[in-house]
Design a protein around this ligand. Structure first.
Ligand code: XMP
Length: 512
């Protein structure tokens, strides 16, 4: 059962489309994204309460401009057009859209010409503009309710038909009260009262999972990451001991991580968990391999093999639970450029096909932040939920060049000191991801009276929103100094520590 009241967002290829959905969900209203060319039949089945037309890179004059297949003009529900969405509404209603002589990009302030429920409580008028074409005469039946110095028609409305158009992007951070405008559209204009909250999601899913699974048994692979952890805890709440969790320790996990996972599940949640130590198997397959993509493939294949052989012992299991998220399943639109999807990596694909199990993916509709909230509501401790992301191939892609147990142990110890000092300095939650990288470079040093010739360690710490772009973190020097001293004094085998000051782009977050 989904929330019955919902907003549908048609994606015309804007890089911000997912943000619109996230912002609306943060308000407590359910929203889903579909490609602009969704069929009328499917749209009718969805039975939305309101419609948002996203921005996009096209001009309405382009020969291949994306035009919705549904009959937007004759819908009887409120509509909000954002940027390209506004131009589309204007174009369809005989307004005049001027092709861009130059783009308007950046902050602007609007001035309200007429009060409207869309603008209730919107005190800060700063908004973010990013458009080429702009409106130069009003479409029929519309009036302007706000303007800027550059644009006489910044917000337009047809109050009778409940259609609105915004020249700016309310969904981006720089539009200070943009979320309030989206909330007003959902609550004042669409009159949505159904609450979309972590509690309502959990309640609905518990029912759904019970119905779906019945008396069958379910298997869940636990990587130690947030998505698979919250998936397992939710399913356990629904079906108890019929859930069997498997964690594969590849020998490439962080220090103490597999023990922590076992403790959390076994002791804290009293769940069935089997931890398989497959370190030797992984490391022997990786021996002598230095190409990053080959390493990723080997680790992925090994993982499937170990997991599959363990899972096949549970012959009564019919389902495989996975922590798939909404950004992985949104159909991306290919207008001039597809809407940005969060980078997905060649992780452990292929499991369900090989295993002949039915899939259960309770978070297919959720964004990562929402999964975190569900996890908190389910009683998963904050230290676990707020952990930095960790890539599937683990330390395998943080030991540059060939991988060995000695190097993995060295890196594990150094990484643990690094993270501990970040926590001691109270900086862990200010950083999106921090980790150490072991370089295949040895250099000369002195320790006491002795010459050393040991490995070099690179430290990486970045701030980011979703990993697509990132800035290196500005550490206080005394924190870096303490980290470096501790690593060199406490770890035999590393005699030099460097800090990576590359942002993404042009760098990537990981080194391999
Ligand atoms: P990059 O290095 O591409 O990383 O800037 C962006 C985010 O993705 C993570 N990452 C991976 N995650 N399997 C994963 O599950 C991988 O192969 C992989 N490679 C990078 C990286 O840690 C960062 O959070």
């Amino acid at each position: 059962m989904k929330n019955s009241q919902k907003i549908i967002i048609l994606d015309f290829g804007s890089q911000y489309t997912q943000l619109i959905a996230r912002k609306i969900r943060e308000i407590g209203v359910y929203a889903e994204i579909f490609p602009y060319n969704i069929s009328q039949e499917k749209f009718n089945q969805l039975n939305p309460t309101g419609l948002i037309l996203s921005g996009g890179p096209s001009s309405v004059y382009d020969e291949k401009a994306p035009i919705p297949s549904i009959d937007v003009e004759n819908l009887k529900i409120p509509i909000l057009g954002i940027c390209y969405g506004l131009q589309l509404i204007a174009f369809k209603n005989n307004g005049k859209v001027d092709p861009a002589s130059k783009r308007e990009y950046g902050k602007a302030k609007f001035i309200v010409d007429e009060s409207d429920p869309l603008l209730e409580g919107v005190d800060n008028k700063q908004v973010w503009m990013s458009h080429g074409d702009s409106l130069s005469s009003l479409p029929e039946g519309f009036k302007s309710i706000a303007h800027t110095n550059n644009s006489p028609f910044c917000i337009i409305s047809n109050t009778e038909r409940k259609i609105y158009g915004l020249q700016f992007h309310p969904e981006v951070h720089h539009s200070t009260d943009g979320k309030k405008i989206l909330a007003n559209f959902a609550k004042n204009i669409c009159k949505i009262t159904d609450e979309w909250t972590a509690d309502s999601f959990i309640e609905n899913q518990l029912k759904l999972i019970k119905e779906k699974v019945g008396d069958d048994e379910v298997i869940c692979g636990l990587s130690g990451g947030v998505d698979s952890t919250v998936t397992a805890v939710l399913i356990h709440k629904a079906i108890g001991d019929k859930l069997h969790c498997i964690h594969v320790d590849s020998g490439l996990m962080r220090k103490g991580e597999s023990d922590q996972i076992e403790k959390l599940f076994d002791e804290h949640f009293s769940m069935n968990i089997k931890v398989i130590n497959a370190e030797d198997q992984f490391l022997s397959k990786l021996s002598g391999v230095s190409d990053p993509e080959k390493k990723r493939k080997i680790i992925g294949n090994e993982f499937i093999e170990v997991f599959d052989s363990e899972a096949s012992k549970l012959s009564s299991a019919k389902w495989l639970a996975q922590g798939t998220l909404y950004p992985d399943v949104i159909e991306s639109v290919s207008v001039n450029g597809p809407s940005a999807t969060i980078k997905t990596h060649h992780n452990v694909g292929g499991l369900p096909e090989k295993m002949n199990l039915k899939l259960i993916e309770p978070f297919r509709e959720l964004f990562k932040d929402e999964v975190r909230n569900v996890g908190r509501k389910l009683g998963i401790p904050d230290w676990f939920i707020d952990r930095h992301p960790f890539p599937g191939p683990g330390l395998g892609i943080r030991i540059l060049g060939d991988v060995s147990k000695e190097k993995a142990d060295l890196l594990r110890e150094a990484d643990a000191i690094y993270i501990e000092e970040i926590q001691n300095a109270g900086l862990y939650n200010d950083i999106w991801q921090a980790f150490a990288v072991l370089l295949p470079v040895k250099s000369v040093g002195v320790m006491g009276d002795n010459r050393t010739y040991e490995f070099t360690l690179a430290l990486r710490a970045v701030t980011s929103v979703d990993g697509m772009t990132a800035e290196f973190f500005h550490f206080p020097f005394d924190v870096l100094e303490k980290i470096s001293n501790r690593i060199i004094n406490e770890i035999r085998g590393i005699n030099r520590v460097t800090y990576d000051i590359t942002s993404k782009p042009p760098g990537t977050i990981e080194w391999e």
